[in-house]
Design a protein around this ligand. Sequence first.
Ligand code: FES
Length: 182
Amino acid sequence: MTEKVDETRYNGIGKVGSPACGDELRVWLKVDSQTEKIKEFHWRTFGCGSAIAATSITSEMVTENGGMTLEEARKMKPQDIIIRLGGLPARKIHCSVLCDKALRDAINDYYRRAKQFDKIVGEASRVVDPVSKVTDHDIEQAVKDGARTLEVVQQKTKVGIGNPACLPAVEELIKFYIEKYF
Ligand code: FES
């Protein structure tokens, strides 16, 4: 079922594992080195149906209309993937994050191979609540500092106080970081 991928066909390879569910996702990119547009996006996941759907739609998004440039692809957010999918249940948001992270890992790998080291970026923080300007790194830090429930994370960060719509995603992140670190 899992035939071997001929990695020599690709010039950007990414891999990410999910501490939240133990699943894994791999991405192989074929990038045109002149235009830096993504010409092929091959993927394989041992994740759930939501991960498969999110990754499949991502492969369409980055290759349609002649392909996104690497910089355009890097600007894609899990939210863009979820909107294009027509929604995902809150407890499945980490599945789309998985695919977004694997793509970023593959883009970094391309730049590493192309020796464009200045273009390699670490995982940037993401704003989860634009009202209180709380990022995923703030949630991560709150969990590392001992918060284990939404209430305690809210006391520490004020996340979602004026913006309850972000709370399902915050709960997902709390679960993700607890499983990552503890
Ligand atoms: S990828 Fe593991 S539950 Fe979706």
